[in-house]
Design a protein around this ligand. Structure first.
Ligand SMILES: Cc1cc2nc3c(=O)[nH]c(=O)nc-3n(C[C@H](O)[C@H](O)[C@H](O)COP(=O)(O)OP(=O)(O)OC[C@H]3O[C@@H](n4cnc5c(N)ncnc54)[C@H](O)[C@@H]3O)c2cc1C
Length: 803
């Protein structure tokens, strides 16, 4: 065993071995993998090993596609067969809603180069003769689905890695991890200690335990999962070709051929977690007792939909555990406040996702950037509010809904409400329909009464359409009130604060009492944040950004903090806020403050402390609605008093509450982009239309060189806005953009814009097409005409905002 290494990967399941392989592929040779038993001895060995590309997050789908294509490569290097069977797969829809879902998945695949194909029910039955046609209304065919051999794949990764310089220590258990003063780790094992510059937690079923070794409670939990293998089925035996993989959503089952029978698995509604609190270390190559009663409802459907299965006996039932994160996506990346500690866990589909996870993580370690848009998998998407009990509730929910439709306007109920602001109950009484963002409840829209506060889930316009329209009109014609406590807020103080912010952000730092908008770039010149920066006093700044990215940004801030002179703290629950917006918002504010808030005294992008009656606040002259407006921030203990003041003073001004849905509609009218949609770490500031916030007069900021290059070469693609000829469904994001018979781009957000009475969408297209005409956007399987609108359809000169 080596005594010093660059990387120690803990865990020899399919994920750890993939990470090891990809590190060697990237050129790192001094890397080892430590496995407590044989390779595959966690959840890997008993997987059903199906693989598929479809995932509702297109970025995860892309990595799944990569994984499937990788098997040839590792077979060639290692000489080890992965046992790849590419059979093709069918996804069967039993309802019109499910067909819409498939249309959406099919369309999303297009711009990623994932070619799926709708087939008729007759054709589906020809491809998969076991099915009973009458239960289905549509079928999507994916030519590159299939399955592999779990031990073959895992060993092929490990062998290929060894050939490229890595070492693998089996039957060696990591018992302790201790951070060294030099930032590295002492990896203590039962066979001795290794000093490692980096540690990767690929502990799978034991990822929580390997997290606890460094004081972390990772949001992963194992669920029991059952599949069965039938005896021989005559139709299967007689078939010249291997049976296709099949997902039957209504039956919540997946199937593939195994021997001359079928393998049938199901994600049952009443899923059962395994080892809720601690995973036993002596669990090795073991299975759990089967419980057929639990999966009986799915089996009944399966027997109806595929009668040949009922006639066949059951040869074997497998019940094994594997881990999930609260949203079902992997949990990867560097961990905040744990230098050089990386995670690659919560991978619930290791044979579809393991390759992509290994590639992204190794890119991140070697180049400082995952190289893909992995936001949906980043460990930083969960904050410290994701406790084990939260994870438990959400993982159960996710598991039980694995094959259910997630509608675009659907808010899942488990583990809620968790975080609430002081005005939560007041908003609820007003009819607020809530969503959760980074665990915090926030109003999406307001129903006419508390009793009517629920939304029909649909791919089309819902019962929220009318009320959201009213909210938008109130903002544009009078004044709207919205709680904005979901934004992230940071306070940056100290003698070095100004210089530090200047180096981190692309824009100049504002003068005292002023606000600037400032993107943040990584060294590759890609967007990793967009902030509102306000200077309250010397050495005291506020930053406002996307609430869901708080841990993501704090990880970056803390990594780049100097040893002294700058302090940054998140004001997450301490500072709460409201936005008041619309032509009468100034009048509303004026009624509550002694300060002069006229345009002359408190111009657009001003920021100042002021009292609203008895409530001390800081107020910024800005809103994301694109209208005249103010953001008012107070400590949480003042929020209810402030709320009552605003509601009372706004009564005769036509004040109306508005929520996140209306804000979305209003910002689209202004072509305003937002984090995680238009702004993500795969876009440069010139592509994203943020170049006016990049100040090249500053000689030094992170990403300057790359951004300058983007400017000189010119952006390859551009963020644009479309007016869409939509019917009763609008774009929601990830729809393909068609031009001249080809898919040339994708939509990042869309929706109906009530003030202008049009359906709008934002998205990226190649830079050379920004003057083109005759685009089409594919919404639920139909191509809809779309026209570029280079200037915002509402107030293109920004007179309302500035007025
Ligand atoms: C019944 C069933 C069916 C499945 N079907 C599919 C499927 O069809 N398709 C698909 O893609 N996926 C499927 N899966 C899921 C798949 O198995 C997992 O995604 C995959 O195994 C995750 O791999 P991993 O490497 O993250 O974890 P694991 O396989 O659990 O590996 C973790 C490894 O880390 C080692 N380890 C942990 N702690 C330490 C330590 N302190 N020191 C040393 N070593 C340590 C363990 O011994 C273990 O070998 C299925 C799983 C089950 C149970």
């Amino acid at each position: 065993m080596k005594s010093h290494v660059q990387v120690a990967v803990v865990g020899g399941g399919v994920v750890g071995c993939s990470v090891l392989y990809h590190l060697t592929k990237a050129g790192w040779r001094d890397v080892v993998l430590i496995e407590r038993d044989e390779l595959t001895s966690g959840s890997t060995w008993h997987a059903a090993v199906g693989m598929h590309t479809i995932n509702l997050d297109p970025n995860v789908a892309k990595l799944q596609q990569y994984t499937i294509t990788l098997y040839k490569e590792i077979e060639a290097i290692s000489g080890q067969s992965c046992g790849v069977h590419i059979t093709g797969g069918l996804m069967l829809a039993g309802t019109e809603d499910r067909l819409d879902w498939l249309r959406q998945a099919h369309a999303r695949g297009r711009y990623l180069g994932i070619e799926t194909q709708f087939v008729s029910i007759d054709e589906a039955a020809r491809l998969f003769p076991l099915m009973e046609k009458k239960y289905f209304v549509g079928a999507l065919y994916d030519p590159i689905e299939g399955h592999v051999d779990p031990a073959g794949v895992t060993n092929a990764y490990a062998k290929a890695a060894r050939i490229q310089g890595a070492e693998v220590y089996r039957f060696t258990r990591v018992t302790e991890l201790a951070q060294r003063r030099d930032g590295g780790w002492d990896v203590v094992t039962d066979k001795g200690t290794i000093r490692a510059e980096h540690v990767v937690n690929a502990g799978g079923l034991w990822a929580r335990e390997v997290g606890r070794m460094v004081g972390l409670e990772l949001p992963v939990l194992a669920m029991q999962h059952q599949y069965l293998i039938t005896e021989e089925i005559p139709e299967v035996k007689a078939s010249a070709k291997e049976m296709l993989h099949v997902i039957d959503f209504e039956g919540e089952i997946y199937m593939r051929q195994e021997g001359k029978g079928m393998l049938l698995g199901t994600y049952e509604r009443a899923g059962v977690p395994w080892s809720e609190h601690e995973t036993p270390w002596d669990f090795t190559h073991e299975l759990l007792p089967p419980d057929l009663d639990r999966i009986a409802p799915s089996l009944e459907v399966a027997f109806r939909h595929y009668p040949a299965l009922e006639r066949a006996g059951i040869k074997k039932v497998i019940n094994g555990p594997f881990t999930f994160a609260p949203d079902g996506n992997p949990v990867i990346g560097p961990v905040r406040s744990r230098p050089n500690y990386w995670v690659a866990c919560g991978v619930m589909a290791g044979f579809s996702q393991g390759g992509g996870v290994g590639l992204a993580l190794s890119n991140w370690m070697v180049d400082g950037d995952p190289g893909f848009d992995i936001w949906a998998m980043d460990v930083a998407r969960f904050g410290d509010w994701a406790t084990p009990a939260y994870t438990n509730a959400k993982v159960r929910e996710n598991y039980s809904r694995r094959f259910q439709i997630r509608f675009p306007n659907e808010e899942l109920p488990a583990a809620r409400p968790l975080r609430t602001s002081p005005v939560y109950d007041r908003l609820k009484q007003r009819g607020a329909v809530f969503g959760a963002s980074f665990g915090l409840e926030h109003a999406l829209w307001f129903a006419p009464s508390a009793e009517a506060a629920s939304e029909d889930i649909t791919f089309r316009r819902s019962n929220a359409h009318g009320p959201v329209g009213e909210e938008c009109r109130a903002v544009r014609n009078a004044v709207g009130l919205m709680e904005i406590s979901t934004y992230s807020k940071y306070e940056v103080t100290g003698p070095g604060a100004e210089a530090w912010l200047s180096r981190l952000l692309t824009n100049r730092v504002p003068a005292t009492g002023r606000i600037v908008l400032a993107p943040m770039l990584n060294a590759n010149g890609k967007l990793i944040g967009d902030f509102t920066v306000a200077k309250l006093a010397d050495e005291r700044f506020y930053l406002f950004g996307s609430g869901i990215a708080e841990d993501y940004h704090m990880r970056w801030f803390e990594t780049h903090l100097p040893n002294s002179g700058v302090t940054i703290r998140s004001l997450r629950s301490k500072l709460t806020g409201f936005s008041i917006a619309g032509p009468r918002s100034r009048e509303l504010l004026r009624r509550l403050v002694a300060a002069d808030v006229s345009n002359e005294a408190f111009a657009f992008l001003s920021f100042r402390a002021m009292d609203l009656c008895m409530v001390p606040a800081v107020v910024g002259r800005m809103t994301f609605t694109g209208d005249l407006g103010f953001e008012i921030w107070v400590t949480a203990d003042h929020q209810r008093a402030l709320y009552d003041l605003l509601v009372e003073a706004g009564r005769d001004l036509g004040l109306r509450h508005f929520g996140a849905r209306a804000l979305h509609s209003l910002r689209l009218e202004k072509n305003f982009g937002t984090w995680a949609r238009e702004f993500r770490p795969i876009y440069g500031p010139f592509e994203a239309g943020l170049s006016r916030f990049v100040d090249f007069r500053k000689s030094d900021f992170i990403g300057r060189e790359a951004a300058l290059k983007e400017k000189e070469v010119g952006p390859k693609r551009r963020l644009v806005s479309f007016v869409v000829d939509a019917a009763e469904a609008d774009c929601i994001g990830d729809e393909p953009v068609w031009y001249d018979g080809k898919v040339v781009g994708w939509i990042t957000s869309g929706g109906f814009c009530h003030h202008v009475g049009r359906s709008l969408a934002l998205g990226y297209i190649p830079a050379e097409l920004t003057a083109a005409e005759n685009f089409e956007l594919e919404i639920l399987g139909e191509r809809r005409r779309a026209t570029l609108t280079p200037r915002p359809v509402f107030d293109p000169d920004g007179k309302r905002m500035r007025g």
